[in-house]
Design a protein around this ligand. Structure first.
Ligand code: XMP
Length: 325
């Protein structure tokens, strides 16, 4: 689509577009997810309008606040809305409904943040920055002429299909024509630390789409975090993190029988997923060494309470998507 673009030119052009759109006394808000896209989008907008940008980070337990403040000088407010999200998701199992609820709840959190800013600054924020990429747009809302109608939507990415129609804030989506590798290039020019830029993508709706079914069941989120940490640390220790587009664990709403320490157990099954990809639109499953897998499975079953079986996802995209929901 964009052969021949130079990222310096893209940056300069986007800064110009943002400055033209945003009035000299308009405030802008941006939700940081901790991922590369929203961080690069916020850094770009900050470059354009400085501290008229106000970021909110909805805490998901990741240690990224320091990067935002110390390395990127972004003005960020951190909010812990875990309980609010979980209460809305209780009992919900349909993947699209989960995504819609999460999208709506994000907007409620932004609205509260916007109101607070209005009280403090005496003026309503007018714009919302989103780190939407080109593949997000294609997969959520296929453009006309592609032969795919809305009934062919693959999944509602929280930042595209999940936004309510009556939202008052106008959107700024400076990465909308870019692919992930281009966003990383842009991030490098904006001096976002390399350690941050090479992080695996993380879905905007968070871990909720990696707990299949009801997120609030069986201590699922805690279990998933523990399994994921073991898996990702093992990948880093093996020196293969940068060869993988994305790796993560999935919590399945399935229990199976096991035997641990001479005891019969009836515990959860988790799945491991790792893929290589150029842009997330298609992907191949990653072939681990057998010894690596033996070691990871042993670590997971020995250390994570409530898990007695590990499955490996060896499906490419297509036919599967990368995330399970
Ligand atoms: P799928 O599961 O559609 O994922 O094959 C493709 C890539 O997009 C990420 N992903 C998301 N990113 N908001 C995002 O910002 C979302 O709602 C979302 N859903 C999936 C996914 O992790 C993969 O890298």
């Amino acid at each position: 689509v964009n052969a021949g673009w130079k990222m310096e030119d893209v940056m300069a052009e986007e800064i110009k577009v943002i400055n033209n759109r945003v009035g000299s006394d308009d405030h802008v808000i941006c939700a940081l997810s901790g991922g590369v896209d929203s961080t690069v989008a916020a850094t770009l907008v900050h470059r354009a309008i400085g501290d008229w940008l106000h970021c909110i980070f909805v805490d998901n337990g990741e240690r990224v606040m320091e990067t935002f403040e110390r390395d990127l000088h972004l003005p960020v407010t951190c909010v812990d809305a875990t309980e609010q999200f979980l209460s809305k998701l209780k009992g919900v199992v349909d993947p699209e409904l989960k995504r819609k609820i999460i999208g709506k709840e994000f907007i409620c959190v932004f609205d509260a943040f916007a109101k607070e800013l209005e009280n403090n600054l005496g003026k309503k924020p007018a714009f919302l920055v989103q780190g939407t990429l080109y593949p997000d747009v294609i997969e959520s809302c296929p453009p006309p002429g592609t032969g795919r109608s809305h009934s062919h939507t693959i999944k509602s990415h929280h930042n595209v299909g999940g936004l309510p129609k009556d939202m008052k804030l106008k959107l700024i989506e400076p990465l909308k024509l870019l692919f992930k590798d281009e966003v990383r290039q842009l991030g490098r020019i904006l001096t976002v630390p390399y350690s941050f830029l090479k992080r695996h993508p993380f879905p905007g709706p968070g871990l909720a789409v990696r707990v299949l079914g009801d997120v609030t069941e069986d201590n699922a989120l805690d279990t998933l975090r523990q399994v994921d940490e073991i898996f990702i640390q093992s990948i880093k220790d093996a020196g293969i993190y940068d060869s993988i587009w994305q790796a993560f664990a999935v919590f399945l709403p399935v229990k199976s029988v096991g035997v641990q320490g001479d005891q019969r157990t009836h515990s959860h099954v988790v799945a491991l997923r790792a893929v290589t990809s150029q842009d997330g639109m298609t992907a191949d499953w990653y072939h681990f060494e057998r010894e690596f897998l033996d070691d990871v499975v042993q670590k997971i079953c020995n250390n994570v309470r409530g898990v007695n079986r590990v499955a490996l996802d060896i499906t490419s995209k297509p036919p599967s998507t990368i995330e399970w929901e």
